[in-house]
Design a protein around this ligand. Sequence first.
Ligand SMILES: NC(=O)C1=CN([C@@H]2O[C@H](COP(=O)(O)OP(=O)(O)OC[C@H]3O[C@@H](n4cnc5c(N)ncnc54)[C@H](O)[C@@H]3O)[C@@H](O)[C@H]2O)C=CC1
Ligand SMILES: O=C(CO)COP(=O)(O)O
Length: 327
Amino acid sequence: MNIAVIGGGSWATAIVKILTENNDYVGWWMRDEENVMHIKKYHNNLKYLSSVELATERIDISNDLNHIVSNADCLIFAIPSAFLKSALSGLEVDIKDKHVFSAIKGIVPDENLIVGEYFNQNLGVPLDQIGVITGPCHAEEVALERLSYLTVASTNADMAKKVAKNLTCDYILTKTSDDIYGTEYAAVLKNIYALAAGIFHGLGYGDNFQAVLVSNGIREMKKFIKSVHPIKRDINGSAYLGDLLVTAYSQFSRNRTFGNMIGKGYTIRSAMLEMNMVAEGYYAARLIREVRKENEVKMPIADAVYKILYENRNPKKVMAKLALKLS
Ligand SMILES: NC(=O)C1=CN([C@@H]2O[C@H](COP(=O)(O)OP(=O)(O)OC[C@H]3O[C@@H](n4cnc5c(N)ncnc54)[C@H](O)[C@@H]3O)[C@@H](O)[C@H]2O)C=CC1
Ligand SMILES: O=C(CO)COP(=O)(O)O
């Protein structure tokens, strides 16, 4: 099975590193031609995880999407959700017979679909060829080869096992799941809650309160996921609670960092400029409201984050009000 990774950021770079531990061929698409040349020459991604020495003799790297997609049986998408559609606009190859795994933790703008649904409904990829790669795992820790777990979800158990096997190495252990909706929504929501954790931290709230926030966050997540896809799942599993915990607490979290800046008084624009990376929770806070219109679930934490980011409301006042509602 030829696997290709689509995206040029930190997570794509980390996944390529992992895949080269097991595979003699890894396809890799990124849009920036200059960076492609740099990686071929210097064996590292200048802009993201530049300390990682990439086994370029095993990587077919190109900014020609159709070339990379044509040569692959299985595609792993690791582009921020906001740029997925623009990246796919150059795609001429039919992908209906490919396996498509999303490592993206966001909702596709304008469509209000999670990534798997988008590939299924808009690109005709059958549901049993769709999968999710998720779990508590920061690219920066992959770069350091610190032990991490990934969950590979697909309704096709054989395919989940195959992809999981390809991702397993000395520093990556894997689990499989059939919960393609629940794992994707959990990955979207935990970014919003981590952003809330960052805002509270920036406002000066301490660890005692953060624990209450995270405890409320997992319950809010559970209610929402149950409303959109009510199957039996253990919300305390590492793809759900585990990912919320690492994103809310880790020094590497983009969402927590972004929220922290907002709590400290940065404008949204200046917080974005300060980061060379994307905080998916910013987009998710808006898009989850659209998805939610059909589901009447109460989500006070997500609502508070939305008010701060999109209604220009005062973070101190909004979060003080939210803090009194938690239990
Ligand atoms: N970084 C991590 O540790 C993890 C990230 N993810 C997810 O992976 C996805 C990708 O995130 P990262 O790799 O962290 O992103 P990143 O923030 O490291 O990189 C940003 C990427 O977006 C591209 N980009 C920036 N502006 C663009 C534009 N206007 N048009 C098209 N592309 C543009 C950049 O070239 C770069 O490839 C996200 O959904 C994220 O939630 C999931 C697990 C871990
Ligand atoms: O999903 C992640 C870790 O599992 C990455 O979270 P951040 O985007 O907040 O860094």
